[in-house]
Every structure is written in structure tokens, then in C-alpha cells.
Design a protein around this ligand. Structure first.
Ligand code: M6R
Length: 610
């Protein structure tokens, strides 16, 4: 995820900013830059690659001054490059801006600015902000920033400075986190606390829609819309650096689980039209005619990404009525797949570097088949080599166990399925809008589930010494049980199996005996009764059953030992919610067994070998 640092004080700004960016390196980035108000005006340097590349460029060419902003970029709009790195400036280099998040309506603003004669040098959404600042400036950077922010839709955090008002920095937050620090004769901006921890422990954590004006004398907070002043007590940070990197959580996995409301929001971002609630996917280069002609889809991926593919299979088949086959990449690459002239291969990979997935992609391309990639990493091999890319925009995932990448993959694939259905006319506008409206509520519902995890923690404590447990479900629920079981195995090392509930009686039921824990997902109304019959089968053999159902379901409780409910949603969207308690279950079980949650034994984050 991108990192923001800002400084205004009496010290060497470049040194403090680059030092702060180094503390944010753990978030992942592909380019970096810094802008400082020097005696010759606003100057900047930026470079693709590690911070060391930027530092090399600054050697002998230092930016001397005591106010500035800096950034580490994790590409979303446009590849990693010097030009796309932040800060971005207006044409006369009077304004500089660093930005995290996504400006959803940047194309509209860009077109408007181009019509006025502005020229753009990068592919980013951020550059529009710099030009818009220049275009709007009226002698007051605070009022100007307020106006500019009023024009923008999306989720973002900004650091802004101008040569016209050298004694001020402006910070704005809408959805993406932003912190401002208060020192002695100096003030700081950071996208995260580690950026400033070395210099101050007194911070304000900006809330949604808040703006901070930083001077050497201190910090003032305002409502970015109304301009009304906000009084807030300073938050004194007593975390150490390692805790601060994890946002105060005790592991990256837990932090990433809690990142999900925001991550899912970003995945949906500009792709759901605010008025029509239709899906827009300007990133797709293929024509509507090409999309309509597709008659068969292979989804190819590994591990968690493959599980996201299983959800997508059901969703695409239901909404578009085109057959989808899900294949494990390590198998697919050595198969002799049967392609039709209009087959589409969808590869899913968080990292975009998984060797088996990449090999499968190359095999498909060699056969002349169109490949669409769903990936989280701009500039990754999968993103570069596929014909089409849908980015998940989940932000970097550091824990080996994939959590937010999965939910964002599922959401990105829903969006693709809906867009595809729109183009093919297999769903009406009203049906699409009903689903997207429910999708927009998912972030809030994930946040609700994360507020109530005590019951799942107690259940996890109870299973920490079991030999084995089972996850059962049907349809979309079955796809999620596979992910729940993988997560549990991966970080708690407890053996578990995910089973299609109706298949148990064909063999596996022999393993059910007294007190074997069974987690039963039952969110799909059309097969609910069948699911209950399968639950009764395991209960009759002594299993202890934890059921997971949608809120309002009073039936499941009659057949299981305990029930956890998740907020109501459309059954088709349930996977995004049911996976959350399962992630928390594996997290708590791993913790209870004293394992390293973030670095499970024998596993690597990115599997770049066959
Ligand atoms: O980067 P990818 O999505 O291609 O990785 C695929 C799998 O290695 C990955 O999903 C793995 O299963 C997860 N670490 C499990 O949590």
C-alpha cells in the first residue's frame, strides 16, 4: 500500500521524509519520491524501484529545505515508473501532492482539464489533483484544497503543499488512513504511525472527511466539507515500532483481516456507477462483441485464489449462463485443455508471480486463447502477460495466509460477472442494481462481523487440541468451506477437511464420531433443507456442530449445537461474509496453539517455484 510522509519544521526535511518512508517500507511499494521547498522553490525527485534508488539520485543533488512531502507508491493506475511515482506537481511546479487510494472520477476531471489546455505526464489518477489545485488556487491553499476535495469521489488520503504558502502543509483523509503528528516546533504527516514514531508520539488520527493544516507552530483540524474547526484530544502512542507497523494489531494477518472493509470498498471503487448502480469496467480492452461471443471459461489458479475461482464459477454460471470450469494451475499446465475458438481463460493470482499460474497463463496464450488476469499486483508477471487485467486493489498482503486478497478477488470477480451479464443481457438492469446495492453494503457488514468475534474465539480455544475437524456446505457455501479449511490447516496446523455436505455419506461419514467438530455453512435458502438433513446425519453420529447462517434464520439453531449468524445479504454475496468468521477461527486457533500466525511453517507468501 502506498505510504505518505510530510514534514514541516526546522530540520532537514528530505532526511526526515526519506527516513519516514523507510519506516513504511513494510507496506510494500514499487517507486518513491520526495518534494521539498528549497530556496529555489518547490523541487522534487522520484524514482521507480527501492528507496535506495531515490537516495542515489538525491546524492549530490540534495533537496535542501525544511518542509516537504514524500511517498512510496504501490501502483494502481499506471505501471511502476519514474513518471507515475509521487509527488505529482502542476506544470509550473508550484503545487505538489502525494496520494493514497483511488480517485474514482479522475477521468471526468482529467478530460475537463485537458479541454482547458492542461497536459498530463503520468498515467495516474493523482496528477489530476495537482492540476486541479493550480486551476482552483485563489491565494488560500486551505480553501483551495477544500474545493478540490469537493470535486473528487473515491477513497483517498492526501498530502498537499504549495510554493505560494511555504509555511503550511495540508493533509486530507477520505477513507484511506492518515495521521498527523505534533512535535516541538515541527509537525508531521504519515499514512501510518511508524512514519513519525522516531520524532513524536503525539498524534491526531484523522477521521473520515477531515482536513489538517500543519505549520511549525502546530496542527489545526477542520471538516473538509464545511470548513468547521474540529477540537480533538491528542492521542499519545505507546506502541513500539513493530506494533505500530501492524497498526496496533498483534500480527499482519489480523491487521489484514481488519483491512477488509476498506479493501473491499476500494475493489468496488469506481466500478459501480453511483447513480445507475451498473458495473463499469473501463480497464477491459475486449469489445462487447468479443465478450458476448465467449462460450466457455476456464478459471485457473492455486490455493486461496483457486477458492475465489470456485465462488466465481457458481456466480458466472448463475448470472451469465456460460459454462465455467475451475482448474488447479499445477494440473492445468500439464493437461491438454479443450479450447473452443471462443474460450476465455481467467487466471487469478494475488501476487501475480505464482509459477504454476504463470505457466498455465503462458500455455493458454501459446494456444491462442485470450487470458484475463485478476491480480493484486500492478506490474507483476501475470499482469504484464495477460491480455486483460482486473486489479483487485486490496493493498499489499504481507501475512502468508491470504485474507483480504481473497475477499477482494471474490468481489472483483462478482463485478466481472455482473458486467458480463450486463453486456450479454442475461440480467436486467434492476437485477444488476439489486446486487450492486447489496455489494455496497458489504464493507459495513464485514466490519460488524469483526466487532463480534468472541464466540468464534471461544470455539477456536475448544478445538485447539482436536485431531481433525470438518467443514461442510453446499453450493457457494461449499466453496467457502474449502477456503476455511485451507486457512485453518495453514496457520493452526490442525487437520481439517472441507466436504460437499451431500457427499459425506459416500465415505467420509465413517470419520464422524463423538465430539468431532463440524462447521456447517448454511446460507443458501434453495438448498437449506438438504443442508439440514446433512447436519442431522453428522449430529446423529455424535458430531459437535457449529452452524453459520444469515441473520434472521431461526431454523438452523434447531439442528446444531451453536449458531453464529452473519448480517443478512443476498445469498449470492454470502461468501464475502461467511469467510470472515472462518478467517478469525483459524487466527484464534493458531494463536491458541502458540504458532507464528504470519509465517506458518513450510510456506512462502509467493510460490515462484513449480
Ligand atoms: O499469489 P497467488 O494468489 O497466486 O498465490 C496462490 C497461493 O499460493 C495462495 O493463495 C496460498 O494458497 C495462500 N497463501 C493461502 O492462504
Amino acid at each position: 500500500m502506498c505510504g505518505i510522509v510530510g514534514y514541516i519544521g526546522e530540520k532537514n526535511a528530505q532526511e526526515i521524509i526519506v527516513g519516514g518512508l523507510r519506516k513504511l517500507e513494510y507496506r510494500g511499494y514499487d517507486s518513491a519520491g520526495v518534494a521539498v521547498l528549497t530556496k529555489d522553490g518547490l523541487s522534487y525527485e522520484k524514482a521507480k524501484g527501492r528507496l535506495a534508488v531515490l537516495e542515489e539520485r538525491l546524492e549530490g543533488n540534495a533537496l535542501i529545505g525544511n518542509a516537504g512531502i514524500g511517498h512510496t507508491r504501490w501502483a494502481t493506475h499506471g505501471k511502476p515508473s519514474d513518471e507515475n511515482a509521487h509527488p505529482h506537481t502542476d506544470a509550473k511546479t508550484k503545487f505538489a501532492v502525494v496520494h493514497n487510494g483511488i480517485i474514482e472520477n479522475f477521468l471526468e476531471i482529467k478530460e475537463e482539464l485537458i479541454a482547458k489546455g492542461y497536459t498530463f505526464v503520468s498515467e495516474t489518477d493523482t496528477e489530476v489533483i495537482a492540476h486541479l489545485l493550480a486551476d482552483t488556487y485563489n491565494g488560500d491553499i486551505v480553501a483551495t484544497a477544500q474545493k478540490v476535495v469537493g470535486r473528487m469521489r473515491g477513497a483517498y488520503a492526501l498530502g498537499i503543499m504549495t510554493e505560494h504558502e511555504p509555511d503550511k502543509l495540508v493533509a486530507v483523509r477520505l477513507a484511506s488512513p492518515l495521521i498527523v503528528g505534533v512535535g516541538n516546533g515541527e509537525s508531521f504527516i504519515g499514512s501510518d504511525i511508524p512514519a513519525m514514531l522516531e520524532h513524536t508520539r503525539d498524534v491526531y488520527i484523522l477521521n473520515e472527511g477531515e482536513m489538517a493544516v500543519l505549520t511549525r507552530e502546530g496542527v489545526e483540524l477542520f471538516d473538509a466539507q464545511s470548513g468547521e474547526k474540529i477540537e480533538r484530544e491528542i492521542f499519545h502512542v505507546d506502541w513500539d515500532l513493530v506494533q505500530a507497523e501492524k497498526g496496533g494489531f498483534d500480527s499482519f494477518m489480523l491487521k489484514e483481516i481488519h483491512d477488509q472493509p476498506q479493501a473491499v470498498r476500494e475493489t468496488m471503487g469506481a466500478r459501480i456507477h453511483p447513480e445507475t448502480k451498473k458495473v463499469v469496467m473501463p480497464e477491459l480492452k475486449m469489445s462487447e462483441a468479443e465478450l458476448k461471443a465467449i462460450d466457455h471459461i476456464y478459471i485457473v489458479a492455486c490455493g486461496t485464489s483457486m477458492h475465489a475461482g470456485l465462488v466465481a464459477k457458481d456466480v458466472i454460471e448463475k448470472l451469465v449462463r456460460v459454462p465455467v470450469e475451475v482448474a488447479i494451475a499445477s494440473e492445468f499446465r500439464y493437461r491438454d485443455p479443450i479450447y473452443t475458438p471462443n474460450t476465455l481463460v481467467i487466471v487469478i493470482s494475488q501476487s501475480g508471480e505464482t509459477a504454476d499460474t504463470l505457466a498455465a497463463l503462458r500455455e493458454a496464450k501459446k494456444s491462442g486463447v485470450k487470458v484475463l488476469a485478476v491480480t493484486n499486483v500492478v506490474g507483476s508477471s501475470v499482469a504484464r502477460e495477460a491480455d486483460e487485467v482486473v486489479f483487485t486493489w486490496a493493498g499489499p498482503e504481507i501475512a502468508v495466509a491470504s485474507t483480504k486478497a481473497y475477499t477482494c478477488q471474490v468481489v472483483a470477480l462478482y463485478l466481472f460477472a455482473l458486467y458480463y451479464a450486463q453486456v450479454k443481457g442475461t440480467q436486467t438492469d434492476a437485477q444488476i442494481a439489486e446486487i450492486t446495492e447489496h455489494m455496497l453494503q458489504l464493507p459495513g457488514k464485514i466490519a460488524d462481523i469483526l466487532k463480534h468475534t468472541e464466540e468464534i474465539r471461544v470455539f477456536a480455544e475448544g478445538i485447539k487440541d482436536v485431531q481433525s475437524l470438518f467443514f461442510i456446505g453446499r453450493g457457494l457455501d461449499y466453496a467457502v468451506t474449502l477456503e476455511g479449511s485451507l486457512k485453518l490447516k495453514e496457520i493452526s496446523y490442525i487437520h481439517s477437511e472441507a466436504y460437499a455436505a451431500g457427499e459425506l455419506k459416500h465415505g467420509t461419514l465413517a470419520l464422524i464420531e463423538d465430539n468431532v467438530p463440524v462447521i456447517a455453512l448454511a446460507t443458501q435458502p434453495d438448498i437449506f433443507e438438504k443442508m439440514v438433513s446433512n447436519i442431522v446425519e453428522v449430529k446423529a453420529r455424535g458430531a459437535h456442530v457449529l452452524g453459520i447462517a444469515l441473520e434472521g434464520n431461526t431454523e438452523l439453531a434447531k439442528s446444531v449445537d451453536q449458531v453464529i449468524t452473519i448480517p443478512e445479504t443476498l445469498p449470492i454475496l454470502a461468501p464475502v461474509l461467511t469467510v470472515i468468521p472462518l478467517q478469525m477461527l483459524s487466527y484464534y486457533a493458531s494463536l491458541a496453539r502458540g504458532n507464528d500466525v504470519d509465517k506458518p511453517r513450510n510456506l512462502a507468501k509467493s510460490v515462484t517455484v513449480e
